[in-house]
Design a protein around this ligand. Sequence first.
Ligand code: DON
Length: 304
Amino acid sequence: MDYQKIIDELHQKYKNEDNIGKVASYIPELKKINPNKLGICLLTLSCESYGAGDYQEKFSIQSISKVFALTYALIKVGDEIWKRIGVEPSGDPFNSLVQLEFEKGIPRNPFINSGALVVCDILISKLKNPKLELLNFVRKLANTKDIYFNEKVVASEKSHGFTNAAHVNLMKSFGNIKNDVDVVLDFYYHMCSIEMSCEELAKSFMIFANDGVLKYNNEKIISLGISKRINATMQLCGHYDEAGEFAFRVGLPGKSGVGGGIVAVHPDLYCIATWSPKLNNKGNSYLGFKVLESFTTITKASIF
Ligand code: DON
């Protein structure tokens, strides 16, 4: 299959398509991005790499970082974390508070904001320097030192993060946050502000396609069990109240972020990352969704 041709044609087609999405504006700093960016990067298990458009340009990975944090927490703490976070799809928006009170401060899953905040709390309790250690973990997965937080995005989120503050405070009242709420929020905002390109994201998610092993040096990072769980959680919860639609149309485990990125994994075959900043009404990239749906349709390579 000529993957480069497929990726180029998808880029060409969607670059010119009417994009009815909207750039995230509830974090003012994210609004500054050029809305017309479109990047696609595909890495196969046989180490072939294909890219089109803005695939080497860094952007705010936002909620995609929740996958890195969950992976790191499973490495450092193990299955204990599931006492404090569920694994069920929420069927609600990523920042919804509705279930959290009924369910006594236990978030439905690690990818909604409340779940990721508990993962942050767990990492803070476990690590000496959580921000640097998480960043270094991501750098190792992506095989580059050139990955940083964006402090302007951190400040922007902090000054508009009333709902996230409500989540942490509510969970603290139920005893499911152990550290100071401001420390948890600060770590969470840093994690969300990480900037990476489609190429770096595809590289760093390859462990989930490759049984937990880094492609570039064959180092085993996570067990098969952790890899299975992360893929399952991405499949069911990676796109919030659009996870069913993503499975239905794309058919791969994946994770989105409000910066417009989506990463999807086909275990044992490939990893693909897209970036287009305009989002649909569920907070997922409007064009990224379409590119991925077309890709798995043309290549007939979804997991279903
Ligand atoms: O906390 C927030 O709302 C953002 N930092 C992350 C949200 C996000 O990326 C949801 N994904 N689609």
